[in-house]
Design a protein around this ligand. Structure first.
Ligand code: C2E
Ligand code: CA
Ligand code: CA
Ligand code: CA
Length: 278
């Protein structure tokens, strides 16, 4: 099959060819990954800057490929979206995250990334209800993270679904804020509790006044709209102090904690609390 169609290409690009081959191979493996239990979730702490307290964890998926090792979600999530597999994977993520979170101290929440594709078909609301019920997790301890691209394409369906999960008490946050289009109008139209400021602004603010201005403006916007603002990708103490000074309410990043395995959460929380007291 390797040589299929070869002669028909006017321009043969070996690099592109290799990319497409890797993709095709990944696609076959991805279709089996759920059944073979190759996915795991890791959890990254979110920290409230006012009380210096861990308020919850974001669930981030990892694929342990038997030959390739850990494949990044940046590579396989777009593929899963394209071939429609994200619906099943997303449901697994939601159920697993809710089950895990039900075992944590009850003041901690879990944030789950929801792909725009999961809003198609309109049964995301039912899946959320079932995941919460199955895990025995109160709705207010679940948060859904949605990127702007979700709002761009399926506006009516997304709005209806968001309203129905909000009515249950689930929290909703806008992810990667500032990287898409028309963010401001979406903030008015959709019922968000939290804005996650994209890590490019946090990094950029180290050297660029424009990024500092964006940070300040978004934190101010959050305050006036009654939304929390969480700075993503905070890697240094300097960045932490800057986002605090600009008025962000929380942080998530390597400085306060890298994503960790579920079994390490208790130890992480104990050491956090010890440090806090010291
Ligand atoms: P995201 O939702 O913006 O998640 C944050 C990403 O930034 C994570 O990458 C996290 O490990 C990384 N990160 C956190 N703190 C820092 C930091 O201080 N410095 C740097 N350089 N990076 C930091 P990850 O886990 O590779 O995930 C990448 C993206 O894949 C996520 O971006 C999200 O869009 C998507 N993703 C991950 N898990 C899921 C999932 O279960 N479902 C869906 N639909 N998408 C997911
Ligand atoms: Ca996210
Ligand atoms: Ca993000
Ligand atoms: Ca994040």
């Amino acid at each position: 099959a390797k040589n299929d169609g070869r002669g028909r290409y006017a321009l043969f690009d070996p690099e592109l060819h290799e990319k497409m081959q890797r993709r095709r191979a990944l696609e076959i493996d991805l279709r089996r990954a759920l059944a073979f239990r190759q996915f795991v979730l890791v959890y990254q702490p979110q920290v409230d800057l006012v009380r210096n307290r861990v308020t919850g964890f974001e669930a981030l998926i990892r694929w342990h490929h038997p030959e390739r090792g850990v494949v990044s979600p940046l590579e396989f999530i777009p593929l899963a979206e394209e071939i429609g597999l994200i619906t099943q994977i997303g449901e697994w993520v939601l159920r697993t995250a809710c089950k895990d979170a039900a075992g944590w101290p009850d003041d901690l929440s879990v944030s789950v990334n929801v792909s725009p594709v999961q809003f198609r078909g309109g049964n995301l609301g039912d899946i959320v209800v079932s995941a919460l019920g199955g895990a025995g997790l109160p709705a207010h301890r679940l948060e859904l993270e949605i990127t702007e691209s979700a709002l761009l394409n399926y506006t009516d369906e997304v709005l209806a679904t968001l309203k129905s999960v909000k009515a249950l008490g689930v929290q909703v946050s806008m992810d990667d804020f500032g990287t898409g289009y028309s963010s401001l109008s979406y903030l008015q139209k959709f019922p968000f509790d939290k804005i996650k400021i994209d890590q490019s602004f946090i990094r950029g603010a180290d050297s660029r006044l424009e990024c500092q201005a964006v940070l300040r403006a978004v934190a101010g916007l959050g305050m006036s709209l009654g939304m929390k603002t969480i700075a993503e990708g905070v890697e240094t103490e300097e960045q932490l102090e800057r986002v605090r000074a600009e008025g962000c309410t929380s942080v998530q990043g390597y400085f306060t904690g890298r994503p960790i395995a579920e079994i390490d959460i208790d130890a992480f929380l104990s050491s956090w609390n010890r440090q806090k007291e010291a």
